[in-house]
Design a protein around this ligand. Structure first.
Ligand SMILES: [Zn+2]
Length: 505
């Protein structure tokens, strides 16, 4: 059995969940669901990143301990993922004891291997980014380029990770396995960063206390970024369950945004190599989700919470939109009007309409009992092509293509019904054949679309009378033509995706 380990970045606990976080998380969830249908053993990890100066300062301002602060804010991410039907297997928090053990063990291995040493660091630090900047990177030589706030001069004794020792090994790794980072433009970007030359990086702090202590020098804590990366190892048992880690690592698929490419595609594999571990199997990098042409940020007040869209679009409408409308890789542009248009076209008019039409005709012409599909025909051929293309698209982490192709089946069936007009014909074998084929397409679409619209897929399954659940089906057999047995009661329910009228405000 194949193992499929998929991760989202762990989200910074001071952030409020917005559609950008949800974009990565919904994509990871859809991938996890697809691989479960394939019969793979799946492990899906998400969580929150809870250390660093920002959390420490927010806690002080609120009169809380940093841990109390993190307990409150971490919960917002869990709530968002519950709302969006995210089927994660584990939610990791970097303040958990298992994570402290993993960080300390991994860093100690790198230290013992001679890749970590003490030095002095002086630099310009943005507290909001938790990152040092060079003067050249700053706006007007003094403002953080992301936050446009003054940076602070920090000087401290730091442990340094000898990243410079890994330049050639990283390049060799990239060249030996061209699929490590995709899309290819991001692979080139990562290789470009490595070829420019790698400098040793500071990985500990003495100026703050809210972090994982350096085990051989407890006056230091590890810098939040390096502690955070190690969550991916903690999640599959590093530091606590060696056999489990052995089984799952490095079969990992990291989904990340392009703003954290350097940490994930350069620092993380090098850190693993330094500790004597294998680098990650696959990294998939997506662009920003822009709102009104701008990156979402607290300062721009353009962050949109998923909870503001779900009441109108439903959970499945929400999930479908972001998976279908935003190709994974380039920057995407979110607009409310675009979301309404996509929902109405694909869900209300295409899929929803197919289901209600079929149920109505089966009720009037087939006595409410769904007939069996024909043994072959035009749709059975389309199903074959569609399945191969859909499988390939999910394997490439291209949900937008996978759904576009799945909807080809819906459109072709609607066209076929419009040509055959079974609602005008007299009951009999001809109507039965058309309706059996349409029911078979609904069954297959329910399976293929279920990673995106899990709730609606189960509802289609139930209404066309099938026993069990979509999630217990297994591919590829569940997508093979002829699975709808016929003789099942078909239920005519309310519209699965009621048509929306755009709000004007
Ligand atoms: Zn900043």
């Amino acid at each position: 059995m194949a193992r499929f380990y998929v991760t989202t970045p762990i989200y910074y606990v001071n952030d409020v969940p917005h559609i950008g976080h949800a974009y990565t998380t919904v994509t990871a969830d859809a991938l996890a669901r697809w691989h479960r249908l394939l019969g793979d053993e799946v492990f899906f990890l998400t969580g929150t990143d809870e250390h660093g100066l920002k959390v420490q300062r927010a806690a002080e301002a609120n009169g809380l301990t940093p841990k109390e602060q993190a307990d409150q804010t971490s919960e917002r991410f869990r709530e968002a993922w519950t709302l969006l039907d995210i089927s994660y297997d584990d939610f990791i928090r970097t303040t958990e004891p298992r994570h402290y053990k993993a960080v300390q063990q991994l860093m100690t291995a790198a230290y013992d291997n001679g890749y970590i040493e003490l030095g002095t660091y002086e630099g310009l630090y943005c507290v909001s980014c938790e990152a040092y900047y060079t003067e050249a990177e700053l706006v007007d030589g003094k403002l953080c380029p992301l936050h446009l706030r003054p940076v602070e001069l920090f000087k401290e004794d730091n442990y340094f990770f000898k990243l410079s020792a890994f330049q050639q090994r990283l390049l060799d790794w990239y060249e030996a396995d061209p699929g490590v980072v995709s899309p290819e433009s991001k692979r080139n970007e990562a290789m470009g960063l490595i070829r420019q030359g790698l400098q040793d990086i500071s990985i500990s702090r003495t100026s703050i206390s809210w972090g994982v202590p350096v085990p051989w020098d407890p006056a230091h804590v590890f810098y939040v970024w390096y502690d955070a990366l190690i969550n991916y190892a903690t999640g599959v048992g590093y530091g606590s369950d060696p056999a489990r880690f052995e089984a799952w690592w490095p079969a990992v698929h990291h989904l990340i945004g392009k703003d954290i490419l350097r940490f994930h595609c350069v620092y993380w594999p090098a850190l693993l190599m330094a500790a004597g571990l294998a680098p990650p199997h696959r990294l998939y990098v997506h662009g920003f989700l822009l709102v009104g042409g701008e990156k979402m940020s607290k300062t721009a007040f353009n962050q949109i919470a998923p909870a503001t869209l779900v009441p109108e679009f439903g959970v499945d409408g929400y999930r479908y939109h972001f998976l279908r409308d935003q190709p994974f890789g380039p920057d995407g542009e979110f607009s409310y009007e675009g979301m309404v248009a996509r929902y109405n076209a694909d869900l209300a008019n295409n899929l929803g309409n197919l289901l209600s039409r079929v149920a109505a005709v089966v009720e009037r012409k087939c006595g409410g009992i769904g007939p069996a599909p024909s043994s072959s025909g035009r749709l059975s051929e389309v199903v074959c092509d569609v399945y191969d293309a859909v499988d390939d698209a999910w394997a490439r982490v291209a949900p937008s293509e996978a759904l576009e192709t799945t909807w080809r089946l819906v459109r072709e069936t609607n066209s076929l019904l419009e040509a055959a007009e079974p609602w005008k014909a007299s009951p009999g074998p001809e109507v039965d054949a058309v309706m059996g084929d349409a029911l078979e397409v609904l069954r297959i679409v329910a399976v293929l679309a279920s990673p995106a619209i899990p709730g609606a897929a189960e509802e289609i399954w139930r209404r066309i009378g099938l026993p069990g659940s979509v999630s217990s089906q297994r591919l590829p057999s569940a997508a093979a033509w002829g699975g709808y047995p016929g003789g099942l009661p078909v239920e005519k329910g309310p519209p699965l995706f009621p048509r929306l009228t755009p709000r004007v405000d």
